[in-house]
Design a protein around this ligand. Sequence first.
Ligand SMILES: Nc1ncnc2c1ncn2[C@@H]1O[C@H](COP(=O)(O)OP(=O)(O)OP(=O)(O)O)[C@@H](O)[C@H]1O
Ligand SMILES: [Mg+2]
Length: 313
Amino acid sequence: MSETTRTPLLEVRDVKKTFVVRPMLGRSKEVHALKDISFTIEAGKALALVGESGSGKSTCGRAIARMFSIDDGRILFKGKDVAAARNPAERRSNARHIQMVFQDPFASLNPTHTIRHHLLRPLRLHKRVEAGQSEDEALRQVLADVELDVDNTLDKYPHQLSGGQRQRVNLARALAVGAELIIADEPTSMLDVSIRRSVLQLMKRLKEERGIAFLYITHDLATARYLAEDTAAMFAGRIVEFGPSEEVVRDPLHPYTRLLLSSVSDPHVKINPSIEDAKAFSDYADGVRAQTEMSDAPIETIRPGRQVRPVAV
Ligand SMILES: Nc1ncnc2c1ncn2[C@@H]1O[C@H](COP(=O)(O)OP(=O)(O)OP(=O)(O)O)[C@@H](O)[C@H]1O
Ligand SMILES: [Mg+2]
């Protein structure tokens, strides 16, 4: 038997990114948005990135999608450094295989174009209409993949659809381009609660049935557990805890992960039910953040697939 060394679909290794913010007045300031981020995602699997506002989740997603260059570290897609893609063809191929879906379902849709236009363009551009298949059949296929009714969707404009339908169109477009990894940055947070679940179910199906990998960015640990095999909790540019989603939610090891869990509404994962008083909770939360911030210690592997950063004492 030949030796098989499996290359993960995506490998993020020791990635750092600092923004320099220059205010109108006063001195410029450095924001260490990613201090040292490492993880892998296998094909057909999802990793949830959870954390409070400003922890660096979107920066991490945007770095992988090459929306800016990183300062240090490496991002490997199928074993190849995305930054090292020298020729335009290789860059296009990476760009095609890694797609982003944003929080605002309107953000990447042009209001003056129909859904047909939005989907036909990438299908043509990337030659995704198969031999023997008409363009109409390819369009129908990609809409069926995201469970949209073709006759009621194709000739509509983005504003004529619901938020959930628009997000399905965004997913369809990622598929039309040929995405293998979708970076979904809070894809359901602007949708009505009633339709959030159906969009999540769709992403789960795309993962399981089509082998699409997801980096799922969210504030919501309950949905992280629903969609993603693994969850990474981020604070101030660092991953503080990583593990199978089920375990991270059931048995969080880092106080910051416990804090995240204590602020979710799901009663089954309420870790600190005793802290009912708002002032006491706010003091507790500040204490945890300060304790988490102080630790520079590298993340420790407790066992394969389970990591936690030691806290400062
Ligand atoms: N282009 C930029 N220029 C300067 N600072 C930036 C830029 N993008 C992000 N930051 C800063 O980097 C830090 C991480 O931001 P990021 O948007 O990644 O957080 P987030 O975890 O996605 O937060 P949220 O949950 O609110 O979306 C923040 O302090 C933010 O202000
Ligand atoms: Mg964000």
